[in-house]
Design a protein. Structure first.
Length: 250
């Protein structure tokens, strides 16, 4: 609990890792995930993850049970790396609007901050609902983003340049945003730690899909770096429909 409080207060950059270890230890001892919401060790600790809601924050996070400092870790780009984004997408079942209902699919986003934006040196994916302005911008932008190709975007967040790729899918089981972004930006970004990745659910012409969006520190025409605080809001929309599936962990 001390580590959990330290994480919330931002007292040191290893607090999240200490919470992850505490959740794993408790799960092994009692099969309860406390103080996390879920612990999944079905593939072993080297491929597992936890889901938790940090105190004093509005979103959820998913963090590996393997020590991974951040987005720059080469392990994330291996062909057989765990599908952390897919696990984070399924963990949206822990989100709820003011009435306690699951959020609408198209309001949910997943964000991994760059090294400049993160406060913890353990990889974590933010899971939350988009800010209304960002959600409207993404909905308007999605139809003109290439399928399986990258499109430069300037309308998602003011003064920030993103590159986006649209994919047709209902989940992320066969999609690895870490590798897709790394492949596109290998020639643009010397340090992968400068990247921010967001995955947002979209629906174009009645078909479910996702936008994979990336920006990086120092990108041309970007005034500053962008992180989860500029993308994910404090509340999920109250007109949500209950379409999020239950999360099954063990």
């Amino acid at each position: 609990m001390t580590a959990f409080v330290a994480f919330a207060a931002g007292l040191h950059r290893q607090a999240l890792w200490q919470v992850v270890r505490a959740c794993v230890a408790d799960f092994k001892l009692t099969t309860a995930p406390y103080p996390c919401l879920a612990v999944n060790l079905s593939g072993g600790e080297e491929r597992g993850y936890v889901v938790l809601r940090p105190p004093l924050t509005h979103d959820l996070i998913l963090s590996p049970t393997r020590r991974i400092v951040g987005i720059e870790d080469p392990f994330l780009r291996l062909p057989d790396a765990p599908a952390y984004f897919d696990a984070a997408w399924r963990a949206r079942s822990f989100l709820a609007d003011a009435g306690g209902r699951p959020p609408n699919r198209d309001s949910v986003a997943l964000v991994v901050n760059s090294a400049a934006e993160r406060t913890q040196d353990q990889l974590h994916i933010h899971i939350g609902c988009l800010l209304p302005t960002v959600q409207r911008a993404i909905a308007a932008t999605a139809p003109r983003v290439q399928i399986a190709g990258w499109t430069q975007l300037t309308s998602v967040v003011q003064h920030i340049v993103f590159w986006g790729m649209r994919i047709r899918a209902t989940d992320l089981a066969e999609v690895d945003p870490f590798r897709l972004v790394a492949g596109e930006f290998a020639d643009k970004v010397r340090d992968m730690g400068n990247l921010t990745i967001m995955v947002a659910a979209v629906r174009v012409e009645g078909e479910d899909g996702f936008l994979i969006l990336a920006s990086y520190l120092g990108a041309p025409h970007s005034w500053w770096s962008v992180g989860d605080n500029e993308l994910i809001g404090p509340h999920c929309p109250t007109d949500a429909s209950p379409d999020a599936p239950p999360l099954h962990d063990g």
